[in-house]
Design a protein around this ligand. Sequence first.
Ligand SMILES: Cc1cc2nc3c(=O)[nH]c(=O)nc-3n(C[C@H](O)[C@H](O)[C@H](O)COP(=O)(O)O)c2cc1C
Length: 223
Amino acid sequence: MADSHRQIPLAGYARLDEAAMATRAAEFADQLERRRTIRDFAPDPIPDAVLQDCLRAANSAPSGANMRPWHFAVVRNTDVRHRIRLAAEEEEREFYAERAPQAWLDALSPIGTDADKPFLDIAPVLIAMFYQPYQFDDGGNKVKTYYARESAGIAAGMLLTALHHVGLGTLTHTPAPMAFLADILDRPDTDRPYLLIVTGYPADDAMVPDIDRAPLSARSSIR
Ligand SMILES: Cc1cc2nc3c(=O)[nH]c(=O)nc-3n(C[C@H](O)[C@H](O)[C@H](O)COP(=O)(O)O)c2cc1C
């Protein structure tokens, strides 16, 4: 087989017995069902090694043609977080006052969000996630990526899961439009703003909206 198609044995895989699978599946589902989007964060710093490992988990995501078309810009710096807050609030003020159609505002009303985003100053870490519709290869040639948004979405889900798994709260934030993120964080044109993931410990008195989730029966089918 040609070198470019070189195959290697699957490493690090051990098949579980069905009892172990059932236990793991149920425990993991229970754990993930406890995840809530947090908007009240404690200012306490989070361990850098933990954050790095959560990013490492996300970076292991599958991706179209193995291009890993994403970038995680981690922001701890207080001033940069504040600049992001000011820019996000400016967009959100316009969104809530002018741009959002009434149906969208109605859908948001049970969640209780508004244009104020104090958590962008308070939470210790913001992770601006970018997807890359193209990249440059080692020779400096522009190359198209494949399924960039889908790939970034899977990586984002794995990041949220990893952060929740270690007991950190997360908010998936999408101030629209998010072009300011690329400017403030000085990202190249390859990087398109995708999500702003806010993370840290939930505040002791954190509140969450009292909303229901559509049950699995309404979101899945088997035949
Ligand atoms: C793609 C996406 C964008 C979101 N954008 C925002 C946002 O801009 N602001 C916000 O407060 N919550 C945002 N959320 C969080 C949702 O409101 C939240 O996931 C939903 O209400 C369900 O609550 P839960 O995450 O606690 O289950 C977003 C979630 C997703 C997946």
